[in-house]
Structure formats: C-alpha cells, structure tokens
Ligand binder design. Structure first.
Ligand code: SAM
Length: 277
C-alpha cells in the first residue's frame, strides 16, 4: 500500500454546515496558490484524479464526462451548424474535448488562470488532450474583458466557470449576458453552468431571469453529477433564435443520448417554484 493511502487522508468539501462529500486521497499531486485561486490536484481512491479550486471540486477523472457532455452537446445540437465555439473558463480542457467532436472550425478557450491550464496539461491529460487539437486556441485572460474587446463572432458560447464567488462573479451578472451579444453570430446559442439547484436554486433562478432579459428563448436543463453538491447540476441555454428540436447525436458519447437530451429539460417542482419566486 502506498504511504499516503495507508495514512488514511481524506479531502472533504462541505456542501452546507452539516453535510460534506469526502474522498479518500492516495496522492496530493499538485498544490499552488495562483494569482486567482488555490489549485489542488489529488489522486483519489474511487474517482481517479480530481481538480479542486479554492476547496471546491471542479472535476474528477471518473465523472467529468457527464458534466462536459451535457454542458457542450446540448447547446451545440440546438444550433443548426456550429462552426466557431467560445468557451469561457474551462481551462482544464474538458469542454473543448467535447466541442471538437463536432464539425467545428475553431474552439477558443478563454481561461483567466494560466496555472489551471499548466496543471491540467501535466496531470489531467484526459481533459487537457483537447489542447493537442489544432482547432483549439487558448487565450489567457478574463472572460468579461475578452467579450468586451473581441472583434470575433461565435456560433456557440459556453460559460464553463467556477461558481459566482471570486474571479467568476462577473460572469453571472446581467451586464455580462447583455455584452455577450457583441460576440454572437446570428442564431448563436449560449449555455452556462448554473449551479446546484438544490443548494443554490436562487443562483439558478437569478441567472435564468437575467438571461431572459437578454435572450428570446431560454431553457434550463439538469444533469446528475455524482461529485457535485447534491449530485444534481443545472445548466441554462439561451438564444435569440427560436431553438427547435436538437439534431441527433452522431458521435461517440458515454452519457448523453437523444433520450437523455430530451429528458434533461424536465424540471422538478421545487425548481419550477424557485423560478417563479
Ligand atoms: N466544471 C467546473 C465546475 O462547475 O465546477 C468548472 C471547471 S473550470 C476549471 C472553471 C474555470 O473557470 C477555472 O479554471 C477558473 O479559473 C475559470 N474562470 C473563473 N472566472 C473566470 C473569468 N472571469 N474568466 C475566465 N475564466 C474564469
């Protein structure tokens, strides 16, 4: 047995004052206080490698595919022919890895923290391999500044950010959604990760209301993510075009199917009530 495994070391993320999810750690591979956040990469006994930012689990090797497939493919398949994709956040490469499964011309990743990208390239090749694809371009900088200054236009914009505390706070603000318009091609589809509807239904509901102020067609969908708080996560997709039926899936996936895609838009009563609230 390796000494760390024997030492019985556990990482806990508190989900509220009385609940935490704990992982048995077999190796602490990387730790750094970057200019933006604390970055840790652990080897866990049950979920493989795990990226943690400021004490919050961002992804694990075992279940990242659920989050990334759901964030990326649902909006991509609701666009008739997405060619140019912008990912804000997502420095681990996981969203880009899914985006290049489509017939895209370019995928631009705008990540504020270069250290997340460096660490992912070294320890998380199962997501960071996306950077080997010549269509994937990395821009280190703040997503808000990028959309204020960019002259480029995109068919799909994905906000794969940390939660709205710290550097990601502005990515959840109403002004940001309004500004996004400047980088959108006609008919573009936007999708954001919108937090845990169980623990922060208010954040999900607020993002939904703000997106509705800026876009014509706005829809929430959910996915079960074992290592995220409450195991249930929300996403919001928005467009100024009326989004019709999604195109069928024609590439290999491990989670999403055409039926999963349809079912993901069914929302539980408590969330519908938070949206009305
Ligand atoms: N799947 C994750 C989740 O919801 O737990 C998100 C993962 S990804 C690692 C989030 C990334 O967003 C982080 O690397 C963080 O540095 C980046 N980020 C936060 N604020 C940002 C901003 N304003 N502009 C660009 N990237 C940002």
């Amino acid at each position: 047995m390796n000494p760390m495994e024997e030492a019985n070391i556990w990482f806990a993320e508190a989900h509220d004052e009385g609940v935490a999810l704990t992982f048995k750690i077999t190796n602490h591979l990387f730790s750094k206080k970057s200019a933006h956040q604390r970055i840790d990469i652990f080897e866990t006994l049950s979920y493989g490698k795990m990226l943690v930012l400021d004490g919050r689990v961002q992804l694990t090797e075992k279940d990242e595919f659920i989050y990334h497939e759901m964030l990326v493919h649902i909006p991509m398949l609701h666009h008739p022919a997405p060619r140019r994709v912008l990912i804000i956040g997502g420095g681990d490469g996981g969203a880009a890895k899914e985006a290049v499964k489509h017939d895209v011309e370019s995928v631009t990743v705008v990540e504020i923290d270069e250290d997340v990208v460096r660490a992912a390239k070294e320890y998380l090749p199962f997501t960071a391999s996306a950077y080997d694809d010549p269509r994937v371009h990395l821009h280190i900088g703040d997503g808000v500044q990028f959309i204020e200054q960019s002259d480029e236009k995109y068919d799909v914009v994905l906000v794969d950010s940390t939660d709205p505390i710290g550097p990601a706070e502005m990515l959840f603000a109403g002004e940001f959604y309004g500004k996004l318009k400047r980088v959108l091609n006609p008919g573009a589809v936007v999708a954001i990760q919108a937090g845990s509807p169980w623990y922060s239904g208010d954040v999900t509901a607020k993002s939904y209301r703000l997106l509705r102020e800026s876009f014509r067609d706005v829809r929430i969908y959910l996915a079960p993510i074992p290592t995220y708080p409450a195991g249930m996560w929300s996403f919001i997709m928005a467009s100024d075009a009326e989004m019709g039926e999604p195109r069928p899936i024609t590439f290999s996936t491990r989670y999403i199917t055409d039926d999963v895609m349809r079912g993901a838009f069914a929302l539980p009563r408590f969330l519908l009530e938070a949206l009305e609230g």
